[in-house]
Design a binder for this molecule. Structure first.
Ligand SMILES: Nc1ncnc2c1ncn2[C@@H]1O[C@H](COP(=O)(O)OP(=O)(O)OP(=O)(O)O)[C@@H](O)[C@H]1O
Length: 962
């Protein structure tokens, strides 16, 4: 729409969308609002947050007055188009207080500082009309209406009085019936009973605008001190007729183009609003609701029209949902060139509403209109007829020429002189008379057009006024013309019999046209009836609905009665079947067979449906059953794994016990061996003494050696006795557990249990033999002590000197032993303290663990093994049972000091590597997942990361060591 040139008639023309961003106003600056709109430099693009929109024009970013720029770029081409006979609409849309009235200039006051689009439009129209005054007659009319709470009010009606309440709100008081919307046969939307004021000067038009602006409903809200409470439409109708045309037959075509009529709607919509923000209540709130309703309907129309662009088959457009959309029917998707100005506020407090406006406007860009040049409808019709006539004449002339026959005109010209008889001269005179009639008709229609565009239209305030009468009259004239034409064709057929066929065709064509016209009129009548019915229904909804449904019920009951009668008839027929004759029986039988076969087919169909349903149900049952089975299987597998784990646990325990026992047995065996050695040396010594007769004189060194040996044998004896006692106690405990573990029923005699039981028996036997050896040795030693050494031990101490030496040595040994004892006691004390500390720590950790377990859902792996069990498994090196293990760490300290920097759990199975880092960048809690299939891998890992498992496990291990 850059140039003033109008588009080609009938060619689709998209709705142009311009965005006008007003500056931050005083109240917004006071609230500390910030500009949140970003306009892409040099592009008609707007960025709002993450959203980006492209429009046809964006204004408000430069210092130049945006309204004059909007007018120059968007509206002026529409005004130019008006002079070519195109309809146009300028529509301002936006949230309340976004500057629609300011942009459109609807708040016009005479002598005030009036900016905006409308004042500039008025100026341009009158300038252009003045410029073209020598070639064209102009007839300009204006109307100004508002839609307030779904009612149309005429703002130029002298008798409309506005009431102003205490808050400054202006409401029109109606003194005349409200205005009705009518749709003409051509699909044009008209308002019956509206005041259309003829204007001849700019001042006259401006005063109309001022009068309407003054009457418009306004009020104060939190968001706008002078908020428009209604949608306002200022319409300028421009009719033009070319001057200085010659009245000739050829001028008739031109005359049709001479008369053009364009309408320009300038629409200032009420702003969308949120009651919370505008702070409205009572009446004002209700107004807000109506405003939003109208805008919603408009949004729906825009959406549907926007979608239509992408859809192949057109959808129903809900124009009738509101009066606003009904009035804008031509402007959106119809015969009009349309510009939508989306007004927005840049304040960040309005960001949500601004975003909605931009989305709304963006959708409007998809609407395609179909503007056409609005000519005089009667003139257009006449032009069509004229063209048809010309065509017919040309065809006839051609036909004659091809047969070297004289042309119509030649015939006409030749007739008077050729001396034809009366009969042949008749068509010529008829043709001449027809020519005269056409001429007369032309003149009459010219007159009619003048009268239609003149006084008659000015007084179109009555809903079915004189204009429609005159149009009806014209239709009469037109049909008369058609009669004359058909008559003429008949006459031609008389004269030129050869062209009878063509004439008939044309006649048929005309007849069809007439039929279609009639049909159209009938349709219009029906439409009117429907409208009336709709109004009746709307007025008396419930009652009409009730009547309607009552009727329906009655109809249904009648049908039911009929069916019952039919049923009775059939049963009586069946009864009479037995008594009737053979032939009749056959007939009836065949009819029943037929019915039966139909019944069978029906039954088969029902059965098929039933069967399908059953199959569906069965498959559904099967699916549920299968799911249950799978669940059960899973549970059993889980249980199996748990059992397996328990068994392994027991086996491991058993292994451990075995190891401990083995160690103890070995210890006992060593003690016994050493005891034996001591015993042997004693015996040897005794034997030597016995051979020499007297015991050898002891030196200080040998004396000490002897004393050490004596002490050693005493200690060994004590050790052996202790080992014997322990062995005894262990054996007793073992015997008890063996008795408990011994198989009691055939079910318990499974392989692992049997083997563990027999193993236990073997161990117990081994232990018994060791104990016997120890006890024998110990008894031997004791015997020897008492028998041999006891009485003779001190024989070697013969002198007082020997005794003193011995005493000294004993004293030194005792002192040394006491010192060592003291040291040990001290160490013991320290160890005890450490144990206590560790126990406290353990208790605390256990408490924390319990709390965590209560708080968090237990982390389990798919083997069903809990965290605690998993730790235990790792500790016992039998984690190979685990298929998958999940470990979680809630803080870095849990990884321990020795935490491995990286581990590669199972490169073959998963090929993944988990890096363990104890850095501050790591996020906690962490969860590690790995999958191992072989026990040795777990064992390997446990060895490597022993300290990293958990403090609780580490503490357990330390305790074990102690
Ligand atoms: N471009 C602009 N420059 C300066 N002020 C503006 C501009 N546009 C609007 N304003 C101011 O913003 C306020 C609201 O404007 P206006 O009344 O036109 O909004 P509106 O959209 O018509 O509101 P409503 O829908 O409530 O009628 C007015 O005070 C007006 O002067």
């Amino acid at each position: 729409m850059d140039s003033g040139k109008p588009p080609l008639a009938g060619v689709k023309d998209a709705v142009q969308v311009a965005v006008n961003i007003r500056p931050l106003i005083g109240s917004e600056l006071l609230q500390g609002c910030r500009d949140c709109i970003n306009v892409v430099a040099g592009e008609p693009q707007i960025q709002l947050g993450t959203h980006c929109f492209t429009f046809d024009y964006v204004y408000g970013t430069t210092t130049e007055s945006s309204s004059s720029k909007i007018f120059k770029e968007c509206v002026a081409p529409l005004v130019d188009g008006l002079f070519y006979g195109y309809n146009a609409t300028v529509l301002a849309y936006g949230q309340t207080g976004s500057g629609k009235t300011y942009t459109m200039g609807t708040g016009y006051t005479p002598g005030g500082n009036n900016g905006g689009v409308i004042p500039q439009v008025m100026e341009k129209i009158f300038n252009k009309a003045h410029h073209l005054r020598n070639q064209t007659h102009f007839h300009i009319r204006v109307s100004f209406i508002e839609i307030l709470k779904e009612e149309i009010h005429d703002l130029l009606c002298e008798t409309t009085v506005t009431k102003q309440d205490t808050s400054g709100m202006k409401t029109p008081l109606l003194t005349r019936p409200s205005i009705q919307i009518r749709e003409s046969t051509a699909g044009e939307i008209n308002l019956a009973g509206i005041t259309e004021t003829d204007v001849h000067t700019l001042q006259e038009m401006a005063s109309c605008l001022a009068q309407g602006s003054l009457s418009r409903a306004t009020g104060s809200t939190n968001m706008n001190s002078r908020s428009s409470r209604s949608h306002a439409i200022f319409t300028i109708t421009l009719e033009q007729k070319k001057k200085h045309r010659e009245k000739s037959s050829s001028s008739f075509d031109a005359a049709c183009d001479d008369f053009l009529c364009g309408k320009l709607h300038l629409v200032d919509l009420a702003g969308s609003e949120r009651a919370k923000r505008t702070g409205t209540d009572g009446m004002r709130f209700k107004e807000g609701v109506h405003i939003n309703k109208g805008l919603l309907a408009l949004g729906n129309v825009i959406s549907v029209l926007g979608e239509d662009k992408r859809r192949k088959e057109p959808r129903h457009v809900p124009y009738r949902d509101s009066k606003l959309t009904r009035l804008l029917q031509d402007s959106l998707g119809g015969n009009s060139r349309t510009v939508m100005i989306a007004c927005i506020s840049p304040a960040d407090s309005n960001v949500e509403e601004t975003l909605n406006t931009l989305k709304y406007a963006n959708r409007a860009r998809n609407i395609q209109n179909k503007p056409i040049v609005n000519r005089d409808p009667i003139g257009t019709e006449m032009q069509k007829l004229r063209q048809q006539l010309n065509l017919l004449q040309a065809e006839l002339v051609c036909a004659r020429a091809s047969e070297c026959a004289p042309t119509v005109l030649e015939v006409v010209e030749r007739r008077p002189t050729s001396g034809y008889d009366e009969h042949t001269a008749e068509p010529t005179s008829l043709l001449q008379s027809y020519m005269r009639t056409i001429h007369d008709l032309e003149a009459e229609l010219q007159l009619l057009r003048t009268s239609c565009s003149g006084d008659v239209r000015r007084v179109s305030t009555s809903s079915d006024g004189g204009c429609s009468d005159i149009v009806d009259g014209n239709h009469g004239l037109l049909s008369e013309t058609r009669c004359l034409m058909s008559h003429l064709i008949e006459n031609y057929a008389d004269v030129f019999e050869e062209d009878a066929m063509t004439a008939k065709e044309v006649e048929h064509h005309l007849f069809l046209r007439e039929c279609m016209d009639k049909e159209l009129q009938e349709l219009n009548m029906q439409l009117k009836e429907k409208e009336a019915e709709m109004t009746r229904v709307a007025n008396n909804d419930a009652a009409v609905l009730k009547d309607h449904f009552d009727k329906k019920i009655l109809e249904l009951e009648e049908e039911k009665k009929k069916l019952q009668m039919e049923k009775k008839l059939l049963s009586s027929e069946l009864e009479s079947l037995h008594s009737s004759s053979d032939e009749q029986t056959k007939r009836i039988q065949s009819s029943y067979a037929q019915k039966f076969s139909v019944g069978l087919t029906l039954q088969a169909y029902h059965l098929q449906v039933h069967l399908q349903n059953r199959i569906k149900q069965e498959s559904e049952h099967f699916r549920t059953w299968k799911a249950c089975r799978e669940k059960e299987l899973m549970r059993l597998r889980k249980e199996g794994r748990r059992n397996e784990y328990e068994m392994h646990k027991l086996q491991t325990l058993h292994e451990r016990q075995k190891q401990v026992l083995h160690r103890k047995t070995e210890e006992a065996a060593t003690a016994s061996r050493r005891l034996k050695e001591v015993l042997e040396s004693r015996k040897q010594e005794a034997r030597e003494n016995h051979v020499s007769g007297t015991p050898a004189k002891l030196t200080a060194k040998t004396f000490q050696q002897w004393f050490d040996n004596e002490l050693e044998s005493a200690v060994r004896l004590r050790e052996a006795r202790l080992a014997y006692e322990k062995q005894n106690a262990f054996q007793e405990g073992d015997a008890r557990s063996d008795a408990q573990n011994a198989p009691t029923s055939p079910c318990d005699t499974e392989a692992p249990s049997v083997s563990s039981f027999s193993n236990g028996r073997i161990d117990s036997l081994e232990r018994t033999s060791t104990a016997i050896t120890i006890s024998t040795t110990a008894v031997d030693l004791e015997e020897e002590q008492y028998r041999v050494r006891g009485p003779v031990r001190w024989q070697q101490v013969r002198t007082l000197g020997d005794a003193k030496d011995l005493l000294n040595f004993v004293f030194n040994v005792a002192a040394c032993a006491r010192c060592q004892l003291g040291d040990r006691e001290h160490e013991n004390k320290e160890l005890n303290e450490k144990i206590n500390l560790l126990l406290d720590e353990l208790r605390q950790t256990e408490c924390q663990k319990k709390q965590l377990e209560e708080l968090m859902p237990r982390t389990t792996n798919n083997t069903g093994v809990s965290d605690a069990h998993a730790d235990e498994l790792l500790r016992l090196d039998i984690g190979g049972l685990l298929e998958e293990q999940v470990m979680s760490f809630s803080n870095p300290d849990e990884l321990g000091d020795g935490a491995c920097q990286s581990i590669e759990p199972n490169p073959e199975s998963s090929g993944r590597t988990w890096k363990w880092r104890k850095s501050g960048t790591q996020k906690w809690p962490l969860q590690f997942k790995w999958k191992w299939q072989k026990p040795w891998r777990i064992a390997q890992w446990t060895q490597k990361n022993e300290k990293a498992i958990r403090p609780a496990s580490s503490a357990l291990r330390v305790l074990d060591m102690i």
